[in-house]
Design a protein around this ligand. Structure first.
Ligand SMILES: NC(=O)C1=CN([C@@H]2O[C@H](COP(=O)(O)OP(=O)(O)OC[C@H]3O[C@@H](n4cnc5c(N)ncnc54)[C@H](O)[C@@H]3O)[C@@H](O)[C@H]2O)C=CC1
Ligand SMILES: O=C(O)C(=O)Cc1ccccc1
Length: 367
């Protein structure tokens, strides 16, 4: 009873157990109103099963909103594998995972997330076609951080236009947390456009690489230590590393006028969206800004086409403008405006599906 209460927002939660390969995974399908569920597969050495359940429930719900905001015909899902990505991976583990995905009969598509790589899922592909974000050599689009970074740039443009009335990044300043696959590309584009950056990363080598590349670009880079990124005197904070970085402690330190980044679940809790609003900081909802990767992986299901991915990623700009204007009109936080926008989109589709239900054949097929 307790477990059903916990998954009351979700359609289905599947526990996958295969002692032979050592697979312990959980697949959560949150809502398939818009279409089959889509969401990556995270691998982490969760301390407890409870922690893994919490993560997969929260992430799969986030995917429902991300898909709705990006106007994808997909619902929200996510999966987690309990294990250490550095020690516990094997081809068998991912084949076994593929079999569980296949057992869902097209209700769930998955692929790379934190702790897993596209190459891991080449093994799963032997058992199921319902894998997306696959390497180019296997007919997929390859690295999803390219459109994700493009989406962040569109998010920054829409936000700069709203706050400063310009989309020109020259002489603007940005505090970038995390120079990984997405953050590095965003940083490089901003430097090319003549922006001034404050950057931090726990990995010294990526910082060195950016500083080297910056020598030949118009913009400037200042490296800051760890938590100093929150109080950097920049125009925009660009979180591209961990989730939960906007919390009661860090929010007090921010000197920026806007927050726009790729990290998932940037706000520790939604109520922090109201505090950002009160403090005059414009927040670009993360699941709108970072949808470029989702757009690219979903595109693989319709024969990969990079031009189409770019076109759909561009729409992130228009969606944000719409959310900002709606939030202004209603005096809402952008988080609330964005959630309302997605809930309405899902509700509308429910009505449309039931309107056309006459064409859906009865499921009880007696022969
Ligand atoms: N790659 C993609 O297509 C998408 C990524 N995202 C999200 O964007 C964020 C970045 O993703 P990627 O660049 O792909 O990951 P990544 O793993 O390549 O990069 C993350 C970077 O953050 C750094 N980092 C970790 N902890 C840090 C800390 N405490 N302070 C400063 N830097 C720290 C890491 O050293 C690494 O360089 C993640 O939250 C991810 O979930 C969201 C949607 C799509
Ligand atoms: O954007 C995300 O957070 C995703 O999980 C996207 C995704 C969806 C399906 C496979 C891989 C990544």
């Amino acid at each position: 009873m307790l477990e059903f209460e916990r998954i009351k927002d979700h359609e289905q939660v599947v526990f996958c157990n295969d002692p032979k390969s050592g697979l312990k995974a959980i697949i959560a399908i949150h809502d398939t109103t818009l279409g089959p569920a889509l969401g990556g597969c995270r691998m982490r050495p969760y301390a407890t099963v409870d922690e893994a359940v919490e993560d997969v429930l929260r992430l799969s719900k986030g995917m429902t909103y991300k898909c709705a905001a990006a106007d994808m015909d997909h619902g929200g899902g996510k999966s987690v594998i309990i294990g250490d990505p550095l020690k516990d991976k094997s081809p068998d583990l991912f084949r076994s995972f593929g079999q569980f995905v296949e057992s869902l009969n097209g209700r769930f598509y998955t692929g790379t997330d934190m702790g897993t790589t596209p190459e891991d899922f080449v093994h799963s592909l032997k058992e199921t076609k319902n894998i997306v974000g696959i390497p180019e050599a296997y007919g997929g689009h390859g690295d999803s951080s390219v459109p994700t970074a493009q989406g962040v740039i569109y998010g920054l443009k829409a936000t700069a236009k709203k706050v400063w009335g310009t989309e020109v990044f020259q002489d603007m300043s940005f505090a970038i947390q995390g120079l990984g696959k997405v953050g590095f590309k965003v940083a490089k584009k901003l430097l090319e456009d003549g922006a001034n950056l404050f950057v931090t990363d726990i990995n010294k080598s990526v910082i060195k690489e950016l500083v080297n590349q910056a020598e030949h670009l118009p913009g400037k880079v200042e490296v800051v230590k760890g938590d100093d990124i929150y109080s950097a005197p920049a125009d925009v904070f660009v979180p591209c590393a961990l989730g939960g970085v906007i919390n009661d402690e860090t929010i007090e330190k921010l000197k920026v006028k806007a927050v726009v980044g790729s990290a998932n679940n940037q706000l520790l809790e939604d109520r922090l969206g109201d505090i950002l609003k009160e403090r005059g900081i414009l927040y670009a909802p993360d699941y709108i800004v970072n949808a470029g990767g989702l757009i690219q992986v979903a595109d693989e299901l319709h024969h990969p086409n990079k031009e189409r991915v770019l076109q759909q990623t561009r729409a992130i700009y228009d969606t944000l403008v719409q959310i900002y204007d709606h939030a202004d009109r209603e005096n809402w936080s952008t988080v609330h405006a964005s959630n309302v926008f997605c809930d309405e989109r899902i509700e509308n589709r429910k009505q449309r599906n039931s309107f056309f239900s006459a064409s859906i054949p009865p499921k009880w097929q007696i022969r």
